[in-house]
Structure formats: C-alpha cells, structure tokens
Ligand binder design. Structure first.
Ligand SMILES: NC(=O)c1ccc[n+]([C@@H]2O[C@H](COP(=O)([O-])OP(=O)(O)OC[C@H]3O[C@@H](n4cnc5c(N)ncnc54)[C@H](OP(=O)(O)O)[C@@H]3O)[C@@H](O)[C@H]2O)c1
Length: 328
C-alpha cells in the first residue's frame, strides 16, 4: 500500500493556467511537485525548473507510466480534457481536470464511468467552489440566514482582441465565452439555486463561429431567477449579486476568484475581507489532497452530479443559442 501522506502531483499541459496552479501548489501542505509532461520537452523542462518539479517528460504517456505519480492536473484546452483524462485514468492516476470537464454531457459521462470502473479519483477543477468567500456565501444561502434566495445576477466579461487562432476564438479548440468564462455564472446559479426549470439564452458570435456574448435567463423551482451574462469582447464588473428576502449579498469583482463579499441587511452593510494569500488554486489542490488521503474516489464538494448538471446546463444553453462544436 502506497504512503499517501504526501501526494505527488503531475502537470499535463504546462501552459498559462498550469503556471498559476503550480505557483499555489508549492504552498499546499503535503503536495509534492513531482512531474511535468508536455508535447514539447523544452516546455516541460523550463516549467519544471521554474516551479521546482522533480521530473519532466516530453510526452504525456511517459509521465503516466511513472509509478511514483499520484495525481495529474489536466490543463490543456477544453477539447482535449476528455482524451487526456481517459489516458490518466487508464494509467490508474487520480485526475483533477480543468473546466469545462469536457465538451458535452456524453463525454463527461464517459470520463465518470471510467473513473468508477478503475476506482480512481476524478474531479473537475471548478476552483471557485473551494474559495472561502464562496463557502461563506453558500452557508448563508443554505442556512437561509437572510431568508430565501430570490435572484442571482452574475456576469463575467473580458475584452480579448480577436485572434482566430487563439484558444478563446478557435472553434476547433472549443473557443467561445460560454465555456471559458460563462461557466462561472452558470456554476454559481447551480450552486446557489438549482437546475433551472426554464432556460432562455441568446448570443452574438465571432467570425469563427464561437460565442462572443451570451445572455442567459433561468427560472428556478420556487420562482427564483438567474440573470447571467458573459462576453469575450466587453469588460464587465464580473460581480455576483444575490437578492434574498431579508438582504443582499454582492460578491465583489471578480466574483469567481479571491475577493471580498458585501452583505447588506437590516443591521447595515458590511464588507468581509478573506485576506487571501494565494492565487486561489491552493484550495482546490488542498481539497484533492484531503480526498486522496481519505481514500475518496469522488469529491464531496464538487461531485459527479455537480459536474453532470453543469455540463448538461451548458449543453442546454448551447442548444438555445445554436452553438454546436460537434459538426466543426
Ligand atoms: N481555472 C482557471 O482559472 C482557468 C483559467 C484559465 C484557463 N482555464 C482552463 O485551463 C485550460 C487551459 O487553458 P490555458 O489558457 O492554460 O491553455 P494554454 O496555455 O493555451 O495551453 C495549455 C497547454 O495545452 C496544450 N495545448 C495548447 N494548445 C494546444 C493545441 N492547439 N493542440 C494541442 N495541445 C495544445 C499545450 O500542452 P503541451 O505543452 O503539452 O503541448 C499547452 O501547454 C482551459 O480548458 C481553460 O478553460 C482555467
């Protein structure tokens, strides 16, 4: 039996987000920066050097054959998540895979089925779920401290110059605002409310056929509503506003990453500072380590049902706006 006191991490696809994640990983107790794999060995070498990983590999297969490796962070573009996760699971390695988990529901179902078959841990890297300010707000929602939640408004807009070959605008890489940043407002809606009973959505498209603006309106059970917005061409506050029967909460800009929360009630208005010391990826990595140390195969916080509902809802929104990657 392996000693899982310390967990040896591997990075698959050492690009932009992997760098931010690795920087946080260095601060996480019991995390060992162990291996980096890239299709380009020079990239693996320089990443391993910069973030103090012990080993580097010029192919994903060679890293996955290393018996010392415990868990792999999959950080490639969306369209590769399914294939890369299956590779890791086949090799018996636990997986933390970037969002969106895969391009559609049936691919996510396949990943989860293999994780269950191999009895290996798998989790979607929806890092926001583990941030203390999100847990704080979720607690208020669940305990109904301010009464029932009536509505959520959340946006995530950034202004990224058009480049047909970039990950954000290239349809063959799964580009578009909804899957890249719209996923955060959609996730917040699922977490704080429930899977909507009614879904409306409309969008604008870039010349490459991916969404550059998407607006969504959900009606939830019990008549609560979500009004959500995302854009790749307009910078927006990127806030989340929750209206309750007896107060309001604003998760301040940018709501999906380390930030502050302003709570308004009959007692007045208070802004809570969570004194973050990291990029925020620290918390999801620490959670994965906790799960692995306990022998869990599924996260209790970001479980398979959460990921299935998220991709199902993203599929439903894509259907409404006519965004189809499958025929690309
Ligand atoms: N959680 C967050 O805050 C956050 C933030 C940004 C992005 N993300 C997610 O992280 C994922 C990666 O985003 P990123 O911006 O970090 O990506 P990136 O830097 O463009 O690429 C990451 C790695 O993916 C592989 N890759 C890139 N383009 C490829 C292509 N055309 N064909 C084959 N492989 C390719 C490369 O791996 P090799 O080095 O092995 O070739 C590259 O090092 C996305 O799914 C995104 O949604 C999450």
């Amino acid at each position: 039996m392996k000693n899982l006191t310390s967990i040896k991490w591997g990075i698959l696809g050492p690009g932009k987000i992997a760098g931010k994640f690795a920087k946080d990983l260095l601060k996480v107790p019991h995390a060992i920066p162990y291996a980096v794999a890239s299709t380009r060995v020079d990239r693996a070498v320089s990443f391993a050097k910069e973030y103090h990983f012990q080993k580097h590999f010029g192919s994903y297969e060679s890293m996955l054959a290393d018996p010392g490796l415990d868990v792999v962070y999959v950080a490639t573009p969306h369209v590769f998540h399914h294939q890369n996760t299956l590779m890791c699971l086949q090799a018996g390695k636990a997986v933390l895979c970037e969002k969106p988990f895969a391009m559609n529901l049936s691919l996510v179902e396949e990943m989860i089925a293999l994780a269950k078959q191999k009895n290996v841990f798998l989790m979607e890297a929806l890092w926001t779920r583990f941030l203390p300010h999100f847990l704080y707000v979720l607690n208020i929602v669940q305990k109904q401290t301010l009464g029932k939640l009536l509505s959520l408004e959340a946006d995530f807009g950034m202004n990224v110059p058009f480049d047909a070959n970039s990950r954000l605008y290239d349809k063959s890489l799964g580009g578009g605002g909804l899957l890249d940043v719209g996923i955060y407002p959609v996730f917040a809606s699922l977490l704080f409310l429930d899977y909507p009973a009614e879904i409306q959505a409309e969008a604008d498209f870039a010349s490459t056929g991916v969404d550059s603006r998407c607006e969504m309106f959900f009606k939830h059970h019990g008549n609560a509503t979500s009004k959500l917005y995302c854009s790749t061409t307009k910078r927006t506050p990127t806030e989340a506003k929750l209206i309750f029967e007896k107060g309001t909460i604003i998760i301040n800009s940018r709501f999906h990453e380390p930030t502050t929360v302003t709570v308004g009630s009959v007692n007045g208005t208070e802004t809570i500072d969570f004194h973050y010391q990291t990029n925020g990826y620290y918390y999801e990595a620490a959670h994965v380590i906790d799960c692995l140390q306990k022998g869990l195969k599924e996260s209790p916080l970001m479980n398979f049902e959460n990921s299935l509902n998220l991709i199902k809802l993203l599929d439903a929104v894509r259907l409404k706006i006519g965004l189809n990657y499958e025929n690309n």
